[in-house]
Design a protein around this ligand. Structure first.
Ligand SMILES: [Zn+2]
Length: 214
């Protein structure tokens, strides 16, 4: 079995199983050898009939699929046209589903760190919460890590932040970018002063622990 090394992308990886492919519920059509996350993105929160039984039933079945490793991306985005109340309601619902199926939550956060910390305090999740595409500064990263969050870095980030966060909270992802996951590992290894294989091993360890529960 191939384990993922890229925890968040929207396209199929070059090698099947190498990435966690993020889908909206209506686009989820799992292939046998790929890994997935499924969630309602905050930009589309107002188009989703998440309060209906039929949506809930099919969503909960999708996220229970054995090739689905996480719920997401879900999130809070202050620059979205969708109201914050609407985004927050559907966030809470999906965070609850993640708890019920015991899978981590992959989070899109734009200017929403304070709300996330608040939601985490209130909901007290047992499953890991991961902020994907993290581009914040060291101070903010340390704050989030202190509150138990994990951070995933894509093609653009603050180098100093990637250097300083604890290695056991770090993930890498290609998201929408065209760069290869291998080049992101090379660059991150250089910044951390590690060999590529040392970094691969550390991040793989995080992936096993967080997404596979061992
Ligand atoms: Zn994404």
């Amino acid at each position: 079995m191939i384990f993922p090394i890229d925890i968040h992308t929207h396209k199929l990886p070059a090698e099947a199983g190498q990435a966690i492919v993020s889908c909206q519920p209506h686009t989820f059509a799992p292939l046998q050898d790929e890994w997935y996350s499924v969630g309602v993105h905050p930009w589309y929160a107002d188009e989703c009939e998440w309060q209906t039984d039929s949506f809930r039933c099919s969503f909960e079945e999708m996220v229970s699929h054995p090739r689905v490793l996480a719920v997401g991306e879900v999130g809070i985005d202050h620059l979205s046209r969708v109201s914050l109340d609407c985004q927050t309601d559907i966030f809470r619902y999906q965070a609850g589903v993640a708890e019920a199926v015991c899978k981590p939550l992959v989070i899109h956060a734009v200017k929403a760190q304070a709300e996330l910390i608040q939601l985490k305090r209130e909901l007290k999740p047992r499953v890991p919460w991961i902020i994907h595409g993290f581009r914040g500064k060291v101070q903010l990263a340390q704050d989030l890590v202190r509150h138990g969050l994990y951070l995933s870095f894509g093609a653009r980030y603050q180098e100093e932040t990637l250097r300083q966060i604890p290695l056991d909270r770090l993930f890498l992802e290609t998201d929408e970018s065209e760069v290869s996951i291998a080049s992101l590992y090379e660059e991150a290894a250089r910044l951390r002063g590690l060999s590529c294989s040392e970094l691969r091993e550390a991040v793989s360890c995080n992936i096993h622990r967080v997404f596979f529960g061992h």
